[in-house]
Design a binder for this molecule. Sequence first.
Ligand code: AMP
Ligand code: ZN
Ligand code: ZN
Length: 496
Amino acid sequence: MKRFSGKFCSVLALFVIIAAASPGCRSGVPETASGKPAPLLLISIDGLRHDYIGQFDSPALDRMIDEGLYADSLMQVFPTKTFAAHYSLVTGLYPGTHGVVANSMWDPQRRQFFSMRNRKAVSDGFWFQGGEPIWVTAERQGLTAATFFWPGSEAMIKRTRPTYWRSYDGRVSHTRRINQALDWLALPDSDRPDLITLYFSRVDSRAHRDGPAADSVFAAAAEIDRQLGRLLDALENTGRLDEINIIVVSDHGMSAVSRQRTIVLDGHLDLTRVRVSDWGPAAQIWATRMPAEKIVAALEDVPHLRVWAKQAIPERYHFGRHQRVPDVLAEADPGWLISSRQRMSRPDSPAGMHGWDPALAEMHGIFIARGPGFIPGSRSPAMASVDVYSLMARLLGLKPAKNEGRPDSFLPYLNGSGPSPAYEVRHFDCSGTRLEVRTGPEHAAVHLAPHIFVLERSGKNTFRHADLEFRMENNTAQGRLDGQTLSRCRRQYSEE
Ligand code: AMP
Ligand code: ZN
Ligand code: ZN
């Protein structure tokens, strides 16, 4: 197993005075020679579904998997949309808390729309003030942050911006993005960013246009992997690769859609009497000239659609609270979309989409990390994206802002916490419903097709999240998952 050359805080901790004065030491993770925390590079490959790994040529990601921590997948947040999910990744908050509730949203107090395509809106801190992104936490605690694109990074949040940041321009070549990260990392320690974010959109855009499993999607993923390989090689050639923590994530997966699987909302609802602030897998509906109960009543029997009044949205979505969450939420079945006659008349119709329930396996993204902070060669069950913020704060030696993630999930996989943690797989048959439970030291992923639920360990054999719970005995299990009671679950040995 590969050894890292970083200087470890556990060694430094012997020197109590030095340790107390050194912010990186609070986290128990390595620092660079100058005493700064190891730089952290956070890379998002938009729309890279977890099961794409292995389906395209990916020597760079494969190397990171072999030498770092690889989670089976990354469960995102509701809605599984780019702005909402990226902001959860960097704040550890659900969209229902941070308030970036979609790519398009309505604020009832300001009486204003947000669209990610509106330049003024994306750089207006008003929309992002419900959360503290990691670059703000870093800057406020004396570190330097740089963003080469990330939703929210152009806005002033808590009077803070990253020291280095860029206005979003999807035309900037991938080569330039990687070169800029390398240039930043090569700066003298006094100017060098401690945190860098990079963002790549092409996998997502190809999958929207051509469908989730199109050749063009895998070609785009392979090209980004080549760029990542260039980054790893350049860092290795200058002897810095093992001093940098790199986390690669994606913000959601992708499902196939078609015009034939579309619910035309005006067939069921008078659209002049409501406001719809977001369309697609889920519609966010405001009761403007019609009460919420009537909207729910009008939609509750529509095939391929589930509808909730704001207060009845499933607890595990963590979506009901914020003022920007509408009076009524409607979600189409996986692979189905919600549209209107007017929207259907537009010529472009996507072949791939995302935005449904984050627990659907097809909506899970990726998590792959490598560097001095991670136990090489470790593998974990699916992780939750709200846990990534506190992981990053820990790697950077920062005190995290209040958040909804669990720092414990990632802890066993961090350097200094012993050997590569256990990963157990058990199969159960619950009166005909088959499920697979993958457990790590602090969490479990319950694979119950078409979902993968990520639960936190709450006892020796018990796991929970929101209203979900699961308990395993030796050969039996029981639980409640998404309104479904799982009882008389018998362990199946033949498949292991
Ligand atoms: P989605 O519609 O959820 O698939 O969003 C993906 C798109 O978000 C990308 O293709 C970009 O056009 C857009 N995007 C990503 N990051 C930003 C940003 N920081 N500012 C504006 N637009 C962005
Ligand atoms: Zn996205
Ligand atoms: Zn997309």
